[in-house]
Ligand binder design. Structure first.
Ligand code: PGA
Length: 257
């Protein structure tokens, strides 16, 4: 599969870390060492930090994203944040269906699909997370699980819309555990995702869709993972910047203080 049709994306998932002051310090440091390239860089931060980060990164090419969004467009939904609201803040990306939200906040495949539709309608790029549990992997159910999640997340989208979705393959057993999928394991699943997209939407669409790997990606393993033909970048959470090469560390941000 030829990578020339796709951009590499390195996205940081800050989860529920960093105060505004910490985000400010990060942005200042990052801007000093960031060098624009063909790689797209995004920071997916908690909502309160989005306006500040959008402002801090204005004109740099560094994108800012949210980590979740409501499936409703407005209404009596106390505590929720709508797509319009994150668009107002300047978010260009939004993580959807992260396994932590699927496990702890009731994000079902159906909900993920609704959110993906809502985001695309407002021009925000959804980063759709999919991944199998360790027991699913052990029972050889990985491909079945991932195929289902991808199919469900994209249900009802046009081929043109599918091209705009970013998929992040994040095996649950690798997230925050320090245990990474091997290059071969990650490539096998990402290849499979692309094959399914090809079967459903055609080759022109499947070669355009960016597929990221996430789950304990760090300085030691990122080169091997990113060299795989169907892995177009990374979604990086807790990797400490001191363990990452200068460019990708700062690009990804770090989620733990
Ligand atoms: P991790 O997290 O890099 O800490 O494993 C990735 C993620 O949760 O997206």
């Amino acid at each position: 599969m030829n990578k020339k049709y796709r951009k590499v994306i390195i996205a940081g998932n800050w989860k529920m870390y960093k105060t505004i002051a910490e985000a400010r310090a990060f942005a200042e440091e990052f801007k000093k060492i960031y060098q624009p390239s063909d790689v797209r860089v995004a920071v997916c931060a908690p909502y309160p930090q989005l306006p500040f980060l959008v402002e801090a990164f204005r004109g740099t090419g560094i994108g800012v994203g949210a980590q979740n969004v409501s499936e409703f467009d407005k209404g009596a939904h106390t505590g929720e944040i709508s797509v319009d609201m994150i668009a107002d803040l300047g978010a260009k990306y939004c993580i959807v269906g992260h396994s932590e939200r699927r496990a702890n906040n009731g994000d079902t495949d159906e909900l993920v699909n609704t959110k993906v539709h809502a985001l695309l309608e407002k021009g925000i790029t959804p980063i759709v997370c999919v991944g199998e549990s360790l027991s699913e992997r052990d029972r050889d159910l990985t491909m079945e699980r991932i195929s289902y999640q991808v199919k469900a997340a994209l249900y009802g989208l046009t081929a043109e819309q599918v091209k705009k979705v970013v998929i992040a393959y994040e095996p649950i057993w690798a997230i925050g555990t320090g245990r990474t999928a091997t290059d071969e394991q990650a490539q096998e699943v990402c290849f499979n995702i692309r094959e399914n997209l090809r079967a459903q939407y055609g080759a022109l669409v499947s070669r355009k869709v960016c597929i990221l790997y996430g789950g304990s990606m760090n300085a030691k393993n990122c080169a091997g993972l990113l060299a795989q033909p169907d892995i177009d970048g990374g979604l990086i959470g807790g990797s400490r910047s001191r363990t990452l090469p200068r460019s990708s560390a700062k690009a990804a941000g770090r989620s733990k203080p």
